[in-house]
Design a protein around this ligand. Sequence first.
Ligand code: NAG
Ligand code: NAG
Ligand code: NAG
Ligand code: NAG
Ligand code: NAG
Length: 257
Amino acid sequence: MGRLSDCFSEFMFEYDTPRMVLVRHKKVGIVYRLIQLGVLAYIIGWVFMYEKGYQSEDSVVSTVSVKMQGIAYTNEKNNSRIWDVADYVFPHQGVGSFVVMTNYIETAGQKQGNCTKDGVCKSDSDCEKGKSMEGENGILTGKCVEYKGTLKTCEIFGWCPVENNHIPDPPLLMAAENFTMFIKNAITFPRYGVSRSNVMQFNKSCIYHKDTDPLCPIFRLGDLVTMAGFDFRKIAVKVRATNNYSAVCPVVFKFSH
Ligand SMILES: *[C@@H]1O[C@H](CO)[C@@H](O)[C@H](O)[C@H]1NC(C)=O
Ligand SMILES: *[C@@H]1O[C@H](CO)[C@@H](O)[C@H](O)[C@H]1NC(C)=O
Ligand SMILES: *[C@@H]1O[C@H](CO)[C@@H](O)[C@H](O)[C@H]1NC(C)=O
Ligand SMILES: *[C@@H]1O[C@H](CO)[C@@H](O)[C@H](O)[C@H]1NC(C)=O
Ligand SMILES: *[C@@H]1O[C@H](CO)[C@@H](O)[C@H](O)[C@H]1NC(C)=O
């Protein structure tokens, strides 16, 4: 019983405090200041300036949609035709890309039969029967027949008339130069609840121009091609696509808050 009350009074009626020791010593003082300086340099230099620990980051969520507008008229071989967006833009649901048709080769009324194609032969022995020619859509019938007067050529059995390789120049859909493209781009930073779009306010009849109308989201196709450093007429003629992706993206969006 006495032990317990001793313990209690010891606990109850005592007071302790840490004791400060002041050391007046040059070496100890310098070491102490150096350690402080090190901690300060780490916080300011590394955490703040190098790692930018006071900034927080968020990845951007971006959506882009494009709407083309414009019509073209062609009258090839007395076949009048109007081309609208559904005709010259494909695919309708592209992943990050779409194609605008600017030129085409029309081979009307093809059906299977015998016909001739460019090229010369002297006799039937030059046209091996059943052989298929590379890049052609038919097989040789084994006959060397007359074509264009005295000229003779191998007859083929296939889709006739054979498609010609003459590429129309100027391109048939040269009007595509004046087609307009409405590009809508929105970005969101979900963490901060911040959204920005390039279509805040604009004149609906505007056309983008880097000096006179830099905020307009409507672009003329010809301008885009020119800005990318190409000649619209030249690239519109080409029928075969080239796999050259080194073209420079001409449009730069600037978002400000
Ligand atoms: C196109 O049609 C017009 C009028 O119908 C005619 O005079 C002309 O000969 C035709 N051209 C061709 C290439 O068929
Ligand atoms: C095409 O030519 C072959 C060989 O001359 C002949 O047997 C065949 O009947 C011809 N076909 C047509 C559709 O004229
Ligand atoms: C495009 O529009 C301009 C101005 O309206 C016009 O002068 C030009 O002929 C048009 N281009 C084509 C290929 O239609
Ligand atoms: C939009 O642009 C057209 C043609 O440039 C102009 O006539 C019209 O006044 C403009 N509208 C506004 C609201 O600025
Ligand atoms: C691709 O385009 C670039 C820029 O226009 C050009 O310098 C380069 O020669 C082209 N490459 C081919 C293989 O066409």
